[in-house]
Design a binder for this molecule. Structure first.
Ligand SMILES: Cc1cc2nc3c(=O)[nH]c(=O)nc-3n(C[C@H](O)[C@H](O)[C@H](O)COP(=O)(O)OP(=O)(O)OC[C@H]3O[C@@H](n4cnc5c(N)ncnc54)[C@H](O)[C@@H]3O)c2cc1C
Length: 454
């Protein structure tokens, strides 16, 4: 990294407490200025009143006796989706695996479990999840609540493998919802944005353990990508593109290939035929940063849980001090949508650490941004320059408006609520479901009121 880049990056990343104060307000302002923040530090929750629980019974008793609250996962959302003015509930101490059932190929976990804890547990017993997000630090319950995703043309988001949930409803009752028993209602409940009550257990579909090896290719010309998008995105089990949009190229293509556990790494994809160069060392998505935080590359096979995320457990994921926004488009619109963002490169570039493009298979979860739409996501890891980002997001959204984008529920966006609502055909059904479970709005916060309701 040259000295100028280093100073620029460290200036952005080292703002510390003053940065939190300066950029403490999201597009959606927190209700009051407490001291408790989200992971990125860009959002202060509206209360410091955090209550932790060790059992579902404790959760039930508390919920029954109180009027207004929200549940926190690991606080990795960038907006006010998890916020409350009154009380935040934490299930962090509830982090046990409850049951692994080889017969039904499922694992049931308490809501505080992170993917970083679950991955090695499953692998040691010969099992795997089909996919993971870019980082293992997030909770299973919090990730599935917002339809968090990884990449892969045939891989659904992380919520798509939820097969059952145990929920403490706003009245304090305990209900179990399952794909098998509850049909369409279950499909409505999985991506719930925290609106239905407190999820205390989640059951996930599992499969036999597998290995993954990842290769990184550098400097893929954008023209080649536009001409061969489907082939390139299908060149591995999970493929991610990183670009700053500036040089008419994708700076890095990460290709993750699947193989049988313990077998040799498969013959890697070869993207040199599209004009990219094979990386000769491990590399960070933000090329200036050390790859120490990243999972092993260079085609070395390893367990799925240690390759599917880009970032390693125990290390800071991504850049650490940043803002994130992400938009889902139909896969058929991906190339046009990318070219639209590229046209904004002079406006986006100065505020961007890096963009990532990924694919996600369609699903039928009512509030999933991939609902009935094979999707491509265009993600922005932005510098923590709140005023600039606040001006930039509407410009990006305007450029992407022909593609009817759906923003990531847990990241920053400025889309008009009416527009957002029009992008979810089952939204009214979801509101009816939420009304049934939570008629008094115990779990409704300002984010939900503004974005889902009038
Ligand atoms: C560095 C970084 C990298 C990221 N990478 C990705 C990525 O690769 N792909 C992607 O899609 N997203 C990514 N995200 C976004 C993140 O994964 C999601 O926002 C996710 O929802 C965060 O989960 P969490 O456990 O932190 O939940 P929180 O942010 O704490 O909460 C999220 C939502 O879940 C609800 N909730 C949490 N637990 C419960 C519960 N037990 N019961 C009821 N409701 C609950 C909350 O009320 C809230 O509405 C990234 C974020 C960061 C900071």
């Amino acid at each position: 990294m040259n000295k100028r880049t280093f100073l620029k990056l460290s200036g952005a990343l080292m703002g510390g407490a003053s940065w939190t104060r300066a950029f403490g307000r999201g597009l959606d302002e927190p209700a009051s200025a407490g001291g408790l923040t989200n992971w990125a530090g860009n959002f202060r929750y509206g209360t410091d009143n955090l209550v932790s629980f060790r059992s579902g019974e404790q959760v039930r008793e508390y919920v029954r006796g109180h009027d207004s609250m929200r549940t926190l996962g690991t606080r990795h959302c960038f907006n006010s989706i998890a916020d409350s003015r009154h009380v935040l509930l934490s299930l962090k101490p509830m982090d046990q695996v409850v049951a692994l059932d080889p017969k039904t190929s499922t694992v049931t976990v308490e809501a505080g479990v992170t993917y970083g804890r679950l991955g090695p547990y499953l692998h040691e017993r010969g099992f795997a999840l089909p996919n993971l997000a870019s980082l293992p630090h997030i909770s299973v319950a919090g990730a599935c609540a917002t339809a968090t995703h990884g990449s892969g043309v045939k891989n659904g988001n992380l919520s798509s493998v939820v097969s059952a949930m145990e929920l403490v409803t706003p009245s304090g009752d305990l209900v179990t919802l399952s794909r098998e028993k509850d049909g369409d209602t279950f499909l409505g409940a999985v991506v719930h944005l925290g609106a239905l009550g407190v999820v205390t257990k989640v059951t996930l579909d599992i499969q036999p353990a597998f290995d993954v090896s990842q290769e990184v290719f550098l400097n893929l010309p954008m023209k080649q990508l536009a001409d061969h998008f489907d082939e390139i995105m299908s060149s591995g089990y999970s493929v991610s593109l990183f670009t700053d949009w500036r040089k008419g190229q994708v700076s890095e293509v990460w290709v993750k290939s699947k193989s049988r556990a313990g077998s040799n790494a498969p013959k890697p994809a070869d993207l040199t035929k599209y004009g990219a160069a094979r990386a000769d060392r491990n590399i960070h998505p933000i090329v200036e940063l050390s790859a120490e935080n990243c999972t092993e590359q260079m085609g070395v096979a390893g367990p799925w849980f240690d390759r599917l995320p880009h970032f390693r457990m125990g290390f800071t994921p991504s850049s650490g001090r940043e803002l994130q926004a992400e938009y889902f488009v139909a896969r058929t619109d991906a190339v046009e949508a990318m070219l639209a963002v590229e046209r904004l490169r002079d406006r986006v570039g100065p505020h961007l650490f890096i963009s990532e493009i990924r694919t996600i298979e369609a699903d039928n979860l009512w509030l999933s941004p991939c609902y009935k739409r094979p999707s491509v996501t265009i993600h922005f890891t932005l510098k923590p320059e709140w005023n600039a980002v606040r001006n930039l997001l509407p410009q990006i959204e305007k450029e992407l408006s022909p593609f009817k984008v759906r923003p990531h529920w847990g990241k920053l966006f400025s889309l008009e609520p009416a527009t957002l609502r029009s992008r979810y055909e089952r939204l009214d059904d979801f509101k009816e479901l939420a009304g049934k479970y939570d008629p008094k709005g115990k779990f409704r916060n300002e984010f939900l009121a503004r974005n889902l309701y009038d």
